[in-house]
Ligand binder design. Structure first.
Ligand code: ZN
Length: 256
């Protein structure tokens, strides 16, 4: 089982991971609130050669599903750029949020936009790392909040080799029960490539995305340990820094 965390220190991600005793780390390669193309990472060789696995989280501004050309086009471009940058450092994948259309717009059109992302890239030889679509917590017009939407999404993107990242906080706050969640998702996607293991500050189905340390949120920590035991995928904590060491210790004890 490989366990780690999202690093808060992008200049020296491996050093940060080593201090945590992480097997896997997640990082941004560019400011997540901006569109800039990722620069070459100054520690590329160290990251590539480290036994610590690296996964890249794409920018939050990306919304592949958007029906608005002026958002969707730069989103497609950014996914391609960030996937290449992820490959350059030897990352195992690029996490991209499912995204959403605006209230009242056609969810199916957003799902078709996801398929087009993969279709267009397939014409260029495909993405150089797997794209891991992450479930999200909020909105009634999201591509990957409710599992019935993920089912429809997968009918369009599954054949292109899309990967899945399960975030426990997002599933819970999005209104999906965590009992048996691994089985339910795998029945839809056939795979879980990565787990974002987070507790939630907010109640079930609150639609709010506020992560908590494993022992501090509204989710029973035993349910979180069960996800880790059953998912058969690397686990990345995105929990508040102050409780991170305890979160890692809890996982090694209960889920290992
Ligand atoms: Zn997440």
């Amino acid at each position: 089982m490989r366990i780690g965390a999202h690093v808060r220190q992008d200049e020296d991600p491996i050093g940060y991971g080593e201090r945590l005793g992480a097997d896997v780390i997640q990082m941004f390669l560019t400011d997540p609130q901006k569109w800039e193309k990722p620069p070459t990472h100054p520690r590329t060789d160290e990251i590539r050669n480290s036994p610590i696995d690296v996964v890249v989280h794409s920018s939050y501004v990306i919304n592949v599903a958007s029906l608005n050309n002026r958002l969707r086009m730069p989103s497609r471009n950014a996914v391609a750029q960030q996937a290449q940058a992820a490959a350059d450092i030897g990352a195992v994948g690029l996490v991209v949020h499912g995204g959403h259309v605006r209230d009242g717009e056609d969810v199916n059109a957003g799902i078709v936009n996801w398929r087009k992302l993969f279709e267009r890239q397939a014409d260029k030889g495909g993405f150089p790392v797997p794209i891991l679509i992450e479930n999200t917590a909020g909105g009634d017009f999201a591509m990957a909040r409710h599992f019935d939407a993920i089912d429809r999404l997968w009918q369009e993107v599954g054949d292109f080799g899309a990967g899945f990242c399960l975030d426990t906080c997002h599933a819970w706050a999005g209104g999906e029960e965590l009992v048996g969640v691994v089985e339910r998702i795998k029945a839809i996607t056939g795979r879980i490539d990565l787990v974002h293991l987070n507790n939630s500050r907010d109640e079930f189905n609150s639609a709010r995305d506020r992560h908590a340390n494993l022992a501090d949120g509204t989710i029973d920590p035993e349910l979180l340990a069960e996800v880790v035991r059953t998912a058969d995928a690397p686990v990345v904590l995105e929990t508040p820094a102050e409780g991170l060491a305890e979160d890692l210790a809890y996982l090694r004890e209960t889920a290992g």
